[in-house]
Design a protein around this ligand. Structure first.
Ligand code: ATP
Ligand code: MG
Length: 231
């Protein structure tokens, strides 16, 4: 009897990371365990289409990511969007990543990408460029976020998203491992009410952001005087 392929799950965590904080890192750590990921890549955005230009350059945000994950062999940074000029689109990056990572991966092993997004980003998905194609490239893993409506049930979603998601919900990790794309998995990691916006504004007001993000990232911010003039 033919055995079903079990795909190796690779996490791709996209964001602006301006700067990276413990909210991001805790999600990455917990999802690595929950999904039994083979590896997790942070994918910092270059020039996202749907939000303001990041405050700090891509190169500096990449350096802060490296400082934050130093010593963790499960995490890496994929800086392709930073190296590319102009607007960047997740769908294009994921297309490239799928091809490259599969080619690099161990012979005979097939990978499935798990694209990780917070619920605030997920609700805005229909605004993304070619968003429906994401389901042909990866699974989506949605994590809850304090301050955003918690999704326990996909029927709470706006209609456009609900229709696209109705048949895609995966109840177990095994369902993610049974196909290389197209499933949606929702989970709740430890809720940490931390955002980069909040960190930037605390720094601008001259107060301490210590313990909201790794010490090494804070040192780098202090050294370069980042965010001091931001609101
Ligand atoms: P900003 O305030 O600049 O938007 P942010 O803290 O939201 O920054 P992003 O880089 O925008 O960080 O986030 C990347 C991804 O991580 C998004 O999908 C976002 O929903 C998610 N995320 C960020 N912080 C948290 C958090 N504390 N809890 C849950 N999800 C989070
Ligand atoms: Mg955000």
């Amino acid at each position: 009897m033919a055995e079903a392929t079990a795909y190796s799950l690779i996490g791709i965590y996209g964001g602006t990371f301006d700067p990276i904080h413990y909210g991001h890192l805790r999600i990455a750590e917990e999802l690595t365990e929950i999904l039994r990921l083979n590896h997790l890549f942070f994918l910092p955005a270059g020039q996202p289409r749907l939000r303001d230009t990041p405050v700090v350059t891509g190169a500096h945000r990449v350096t802060m990511l490296h400082a934050a994950i130093r010593g963790n062999a499960m995490f890496s940074v994929d800086d392709r969007e930073i190296r590319r000029s102009g607007e960047t689109y997740s769908v294009e990056s994921l297309q490239e990543i799928r091809q490259e990572y599969q080619a690099k991966y161990k012979a005979g092993k097939h990978i499935a990408l798990c694209f990780i997004i917070g619920v605030d980003a997920f609700i805005r998905l229909p605004h993304w460029y070619r968003w429906c194609e994401l389901f042909e490239l990866c699974h989506l893993v949605i994590v809850n976020r304090p301050g955003s409506a918690l999704i326990n049930n996909l029927s709470d979603l706006p209609d456009e998203l609900k229709a696209a998601c109705q048949t895609r919900q995966a109840a177990t990790i095994e369902e993610l491992k049974n196909s290389h794309c197209g499933r949606i998995f929702t989970t709740s990691t430890t809720l940490l009410d931390i955002s980069s916006t909040k960190i930037r504004s605390i720094i601008a007001s001259g107060k301490s952001v210590r313990y909201l993000l790794p010490e090494a990232v804070l040192d780098y911010i202090d050294k370069h005087n980042f965010y001091a003039g931001e609101k």
